[in-house]
Design a protein. Sequence first.
Length: 132
Amino acid sequence: MTEDRRIAFGRLARVLLAVAVLALGASELTAQGVGGKVQGTVANAQVFVLGTAFAALTNEDGFYFFNNVPAGTYDMRAQFIGYQPAEVRALRVLGDQTLTVNFGLSGAVGQSACSRAWSSRARAVTRIARPV
């Protein structure tokens, strides 16, 4: 009977040791977090984290932010009608950290401006203005 108790006590001790090791390891994993924050400024634009559903419009001060972006590497784009889109590639988002990405949009897009006028016969007339 003493031998059985010794074996049972040894098993119990191993189980308790395994539970303690797992509990300590799990606390380290939860401390790392799973998502980060991305923020920055760009005047009057839409900002996207490409390949995700994250999209935002800047506020009146040009500020935007995304909370809980899963840790990983992403490309981002800022765009506004009439300006060339700006992209930043291979941004690394880390859990529980804030990444600041500021954009600058430059120059008008080199597309033709198109306007429509109506003639007296109620027929649409298209006029295309070419950039000089």
